[in-house]
Design a protein around this ligand. Structure first.
Ligand SMILES: Nc1ncnc2c1ncn2[C@@H]1O[C@H](COP(=O)(O)O)[C@@H](OP(=O)(O)O)[C@H]1O
Ligand SMILES: [Mg+2]
Length: 375
């Protein structure tokens, strides 16, 4: 193991994300109905895949973290309250089984050196799995060590067979120090193109699945889901003269980010390429490796929605370490030390560092035009 700062945290985060990503990919395959016919569509049988996948992935990550860093706090999206209800018995059983399967996986499947299985060789009891899920209920804050976890970010993408991400980040005194993101449906090489959503054959492509990892001050890298061959990644370096050649990405969901405002910002910047819509923090990974350049997440309506720290922490560090800046729509740094939400920020803008200020000027102008200059 390297002696670089946060080397152990980095390795454990990769391992946790790899194990959790294998759970989510398995859940998708088990619980959706899928025909093997060419071009067949994937349709989900009900809403349960995401629930089972979320809980099992959060249990796995929290158990791996707990085994290595028992004193660290965890701010996770899920808790086990629903799962503990008598009527959830069947769901609970699936979660326990899936989590135990992922935790017993061999080192080959999860090459990040936690094969010692510090949680023990025996399957964990139902109560231990539920308690592990509930370890994610920390309130966050500006002091100490804590992990932010989104076990399935981009729930809607997951259900559609589109993009989703398992996102984990270590915050120390409110600053992101380590970020790891598993993107099971993202091609390793962007030239291969995104899989067609919901297309069974496309989902079985062997070139899909990447883990992105960054440590503050040590750069950003990507690696395949199933090997430890890492490559550095970098944003495209844009300047004022080339900004009009940029491409930008945004959420698929019109309720999560104002598509109209995003479009106007692109117009103001003379960007003519249409937006790329993608679910989850895979957007951060995509711009961090230069598939696209700018990520626009302009709030809808009065901007009262508070973004969640687990929806941005790992992506924020990836982009910073790949040569970019991530801020809110006024250009303020994201403040991860305010609890479970980014309550001091509104919206999110990620761009290469030399053009970020220019993008923020266009954001301000577009919001003024809409009478939302006070956001
Ligand atoms: N009104 C809103 N504005 C912005 N983000 C929202 C939102 N409502 C939900 N979200 C968040 O948007 C995330 C998905 O991001 P994206 O739209 O980029 O795919 C969701 O994460 P989950 O899918 O983990 O619930 C959810 O936390
Ligand atoms: Mg999320």
């Amino acid at each position: 193991m390297s002696s670089a700062p946060y080397a152990l945290e980095r390795a454990v985060a990769i391992s946790a994300v790899a194990r959790a990503s294998s759970v989510t990919a398995r859940v998708f395959r088990l619980l959706v109905t899928k025909s093997s016919a060419a071009g067949a569509t994937v349709t989900k049988s009900d809403a349960s895949p995401v629930t089972v996948g979320d809980y099992a992935a959060q249990a796995v990550v929290n158990i791996v973290l707990g085994a290595h860093f028992p004193d660290d706090k965890i701010v996770g999206e899920e808790d086990a309250a629903e799962l503990r209800k008598p009527e959830s018995a069947a769901l609970r059983e699936q979660v326990v089984q899936l989590a135990n399967e992922a935790l017993s996986g061999s080192e080959q499947e999860c090459p990040a050196q936690d094969s010692a299985n510090k949680w023990g060789a025996e399957p964990l009891s139902e109560e231990k799995i539920l308690a592990a899920i509930d370890r994610g209920n920390h309130e966050g804050g500006a002091t100490g060590r804590m992990w932010a976890l989104d076990p399935i970010d981009g729930t809607k993408g997951f259900l559609r067979g589109g993009q989703y991400a398992v996102c984990l980040a270590l915050l120390v005194d409110g600053k992101v120090q380590v970020g790891a993101m598993g993107c099971p449906n993202l091609p390793l090489d962007p030239k291969d193109g995104l899989p067609k959503e919901g297309d069974a054959q496309s989902m079985d492509r062997k070139d899909l699945g990447a883990i992105f990892v960054a440590v503050k001050g040590q750069g950003a890298r990507q690696r395949p889901m199933s090997s430890d061959k890492e490559e550095p990644i970098q944003m495209r370096a844009l300047n004022a003269d080339s900004l009009n050649t940029a491409s930008f990405c945004e959420s698929v969901e019109a309720g999560h980010s104002s598509h109209g405002t995003n479009k106007r910002i692109a117009e103001l910047l003379n960007i003519s390429a249409p937006s790329v819509r993608m679910d989850s923090q895979a957007k951060y990974a995509s711009v961090a490796r230069g598939d696209g350049d700018v990520y626009l997440r302009l709030p809808v309506g009065d901007g009262s929605y508070q973004e969640k720290i687990w929806d941005h922490a790992s992506g924020y560090l990836l982009v910073h370490e790949a040569g970019g800046i991530v801020s809110d729509c006024r250009g303020r740094d994201l403040d991860f030390g305010q609890g479970r939400t980014l309550r001091n920020n509104r919206g999110v803008i990620a761009a290469p560092k030399d053009v970020h200020a220019e993008v923020i000027r266009a954001v301000g102008k577009a919001l003024q035009e809409e009478g939302r200059g006070n956001l």
